[in-house]
Design a protein around this ligand. Sequence first.
Ligand SMILES: NC(=O)c1ccc[n+]([C@@H]2O[C@H](COP(=O)([O-])OP(=O)(O)OC[C@H]3O[C@@H](n4cnc5c(N)ncnc54)[C@H](OP(=O)(O)O)[C@@H]3O)[C@@H](O)[C@H]2O)c1
Length: 257
Amino acid sequence: MTDHQGFLSGKSVLITGASSGIGAAAAKVFAREGAAVVLTARRGERLEALCEEIRGSGGDAAFVVGDMRVEDDARRAVECAVERHGRLDAAFNNAGIGWDQEPMHLMKDDAYDAIMDTNVRGVWNVMRHELAAMVESGTGGSVVNNSSVAGMQAIPAAAPYVASKHAVIGLTKAAAAEYAPHGIRVNTVAPGTTRSEIIAGWFERNPHIEPELHRLTPQARTAEPAEIAEAAAWLCSDRASFVTGAVLPVDGGFTMV
Ligand SMILES: NC(=O)c1ccc[n+]([C@@H]2O[C@H](COP(=O)([O-])OP(=O)(O)OC[C@H]3O[C@@H](n4cnc5c(N)ncnc54)[C@H](OP(=O)(O)O)[C@@H]3O)[C@@H](O)[C@H]2O)c1
């Protein structure tokens, strides 16, 4: 483990979807705060570069190439963290996909399966292995799932995405209730619009959307990935010791109005 002092010092942490956007930012924030991170996603070359960068700053990082839709890949990612550090203390289940907005009746049927497979099945696959590892170690733990403001309310023309992110909150609450007796906390971050690859392409194809979202957001801007990562890091840490089953909006006030 790293000698780095920080509020995640000595923690063994798994981050999914760490090859870009919020997950890549989380890898850096968690490592900066002293966590030994295991990163997973499908694009191995990106994970490798990120691990090198983290190690170059004195952090502890390893990666496992994997697809969270595949249960065996999810299991391998958790096993990697347990093998390296003897246990898994925390996880940020962030891997997810979006979709171009379309009215429900015009959306291709495969959009539903693709989104549910990654955003819900992916969290299900990896969280079950994380919980098993945490129960086995007997030292408790903290899981943070990445939902969205679309998990708290409808956003237009994105029905499968909205359903998938509501389901992430449902899985989170169910796990939080079930695993509290084991000292395991399970929470959700609900980001508002955040500057990442998912969003960059969408803004490029639909230039009217960003100003419209700013109009609906009291802080009137798009979040940077590190701002979401900071909230996830806090929830993963012992500083959030009495927080479980919570949905933390990190959205510049979008869901409050
Ligand atoms: N950006 C926003 O405005 C926003 C708002 C609310 C919520 N979110 C949520 O934040 C999370 C991260 O998204 P982002 O905005 O940072 O977008 P992003 O840059 O596209 O990152 C998505 C990450 O998920 C990984 N991923 C996708 N499918 C995967 C799979 N089947 N198995 C493993 N990894 C997979 C991608 O890596 P590979 O392609 O290398 O596998 C990538 O690392 C998502 O759950 C998204 O729904 C984003």
